[in-house]
Design a protein around this ligand. Structure first.
Ligand SMILES: *Cc1c(COP(=O)(O)O)cnc(C)c1O
Length: 219
């Protein structure tokens, strides 16, 4: 069995220096996270606020924590003081709360808008129109303590490569459209690709992949 450090090294060599690897550590113990940390890894993703906060308290302070799961408005306050990037912004209500808590914490919070690209009912996210509308509101200055860095999406869980590819390309097109509409902004992050589909996501222009089981083993 390969170690956490070996897995990270292998994936890093596949993705090259310009793509960020977020190690998804949900359900994994602080000890397992430290294995990656001591191998030099700093970006970790969690999908539940409570678990994220508990781990952040125990683990080294230079870890960059990514919130990748559905975020409830009433939980934003727990992560606002330290979160590195929120990938899962899927409503104006949530954005409003992030603005409020970021101001309170006296910082700017980096966010991604989560876009629904799959054909599965269970996945959260904005449609294209809602996404463009929220981006417009952000650039009109309604959320001064929020910095939009890009988009996040999850493809359908299928082994049909072409379907996954067309979903990722859809997100890439939307990302490019935003970058064209709003040049001179910090839109530099396209978070797409997980253990099962990150090679496809990379071909489609991903700049950030979120990988759990291929690093830590399956749950
Ligand atoms: C769990 C999770 C991942 C990682 O999934 P793996 O298949 O284990 O790589 C990526 N993104 C989100 C939003 C997740 O919840």
């Amino acid at each position: 069995m390969s170690s956490v450090a070996d897995n990270i090294a292998r994936i890093r060599s596949e993705i090259g220096p310009f793509v960020t690897l977020v190690a998804v550590s949900k359900f994994k113990s602080p000890e397992q996270i430290l294995e990656a940390y001591y191998a030099g890894h700093r970006d970790f993703g969690e999908n539940r606020v409570q678990e994220l906060v508990e781990k952040a308290e125990k683990l080294p302070k230079d870890i960059r924590w990514h919130m990748i799961g559905h975020l409830q408005t009433n939980k934003v306050k727990y992560i606002a003081p330290f979160i590195h990037l929120i990938h899962s912004v899927d409503s104006e209500k949530l954005l409003t709360e992030i603005q409020k808590q970021a101001l309170k914490a006296n910082r700017t919070i980096d966010i991604l808008l989560q876009v629904f690209i799959a054909d599965e009912e269970t996945k959260f996210g904005l449609n294209d129109t809602e996404c463009l509308h929220l981006a417009q509101k952000i650039y009109q200055g309604h959320f001064p303590n929020v910095r939009l860095r890009g988009l996040m999406g999850m493809a359908t869980n299928t082994n049909q490569t072409q379907k996954i590819e067309s979903e990722f390309l859809h997100l890439k097109n939307l990302f490019d459209q935003l970058r064209t509409t709003y040049p001179d902004t910090q839109l530099d992050t396209l978070s797409m690709g997980m253990s099962g589909d990150y090679p496809i996501a990379l071909r489609c222009g991903s700049t950030m992949i979120r990988v759990g089981s291929a690093i830590f083993g399956s749950r």
